[in-house]
Design a protein around this ligand. Structure first.
Ligand SMILES: [Fe+2]
Length: 393
């Protein structure tokens, strides 16, 4: 018997404080560097952070969305010898910081990094990265409490860096830093958190504990997302969304993600569709697909959505239509693009976590049905694809 995926998260989560006061206390007199994205250093919030102690030894603010291996290499080389890294930003910043502290701890050994990313070779046991303090400025990624980060190959392949030493030492949660998020980023990141929660439920590695965290996340997003979009400066609503992302992240930290994330990667790599939309637009169809395997497994989702088990897919579709997900999707995706995909939609590591197996052709059919329901103007084929899926059950 293999006792895989026990619940565990060594990251200490700090809430209830202004982030720079909390970070000041955590840093003490240690030398530190700041990793963030362009735009933040010019804002007032960042001034509060950079005034701490004697200031950061370096401010590395060139983090692009969906960071690539080449940019991680540059980042690690630019990282001075410091005692701790503070990562302030969304998922791309947090993931890039994990990649950089790992590569620097490897003595900038790109061969070892690529062996890990490409071939799954474990990072050396004696790797000793500097501790990481994360301050998420979006509410979706979950990276503040996970041991992995997404890094894209310069050939558009999605890789994960994954090591227990990459759990952040601290996640400092201050919802005030989320109030400047624009509406589409608020929506996309919330959908990412929603996808983490649902993927934790229809996951072979789920537990009663992860189900509970996932259900809390789904309920909080259901109850607060529209309000967060309408009242972006409301810190209490941002706090609830942050709690949702944290709960979903903690659930996912144990289970990892599953089919909806597997399908998402070519949409982000090839079309630039933001991750939150890419990993969520198929949720209703994945729910429908997984219900045929084990309907009761989705009970935590149904109760969190306040609907019957049978109504989960339709409830999600109606909700996503209200949220305008199709408007974003339609700017990036076409039916013909999906039709051109096959094996690309199956990331073995992710899809293997799903409670029901799938092949590339079926995943394409599922993605097409999801797209055509959310973007009916793009094609008249949605009902037809749904009927095909239903008849194939
Ligand atoms: Fe995600």
């Amino acid at each position: 018997m293999v006792l895989s995926h026990p619940f565990s998260c060594p990251t200490r989560v700090i809430e209830g404080h202004t982030y720079h006061q909390a970070v000041a206390q955590l840093l003490g007199a240690r030398r530190w560097a700041l990793i963030t994205s362009r735009g933040w250093p010019g804002r007032g919030a960042m001034a509060d952070l950079t005034r701490l102690g004697s200031g950061p030894a370096a401010i590395l603010d060139d983090i692009e969305p969906n960071p690539r291996v080449s940019s991680i290499v540059q980042l690690a080389q630019a990282l001075p010898d410091i005692d701790v890294v503070v990562a302030f930003g969304g998922g791309s910043v947090l993931d890039a910081a994990k990649g950089a502290i790992a590569l620097k701890a490897l003595g900038n050994d790109q061969v070892a990094l690529m062996a890990h990313l490409r071939d799954g070779v474990a990072l050396p046991a004696n790797m000793d990265p500097v501790p990481l303090i994360t301050i998420p400025t979006t509410s979706g990624t979950g990276s503040e409490v996970t041991r992995w980060g997404t890094i894209w190959g310069d050939d558009e392949v999605k890789y994960s860096i994954n090591d227990a030493k990459l759990y952040p030492a601290y996640a400092v949660l201050d919802p005030a830093v989320c109030t400047s998020m624009p509406a589409e980023l608020t929506l996309g990141t919330a959908l990412d958190a929603l996808s983490h929660a649902m993927e934790a439920v229809w996951n072979k590695h789920h537990s009663a504990l992860t189900d509970g965290m996932a259900a809390q996340a789904i309920r909080l997003i259901r109850e607060n997302l529209a309000a967060a979009l309408e009242h972006p400066a409301d810190v209490e609503i941002r706090r609830r969304m942050q709690t949702a992302a944290l709960s979903a992240g903690l659930a996912m930290a144990t289970t990892q993600t599953a089919l909806a994330h597997s399908i998402s990667y070519p949409f982000t790599a090839k079309l630039g569709l933001p991750h939150g939309f890419a990993c969520s637009f198929t949720l209703a169809e994945v729910a429908r697909y997984n219900m045929a395997e084990d309907g009761a497994r989705l009970g935590a989702i149904a109760s969190a959505l306040g609907c019957s088990l049978a109504a989960v897919p339709q409830t999600l579709e109606d909700w996503f239509t209200e949220l305008g997900v199709g408007k974003v999707l339609g700017r990036y995706v076409t039916a013909s693009f999906i039709e051109s995909l096959s094996g690309d939609l199956i990331s073995r590591a992710r899809a293997a976590n799903n409670i029901r197996d799938i092949d590339g052709a079926r995943a394409r059919q599922l993605a097409l049905a999801a797209f055509e329901k959310l973007c009916p103007a793009e094609s008249g084929q949605g009902a037809q694809n749904s009927a095909m899926l239903a008849s194939a059950e």
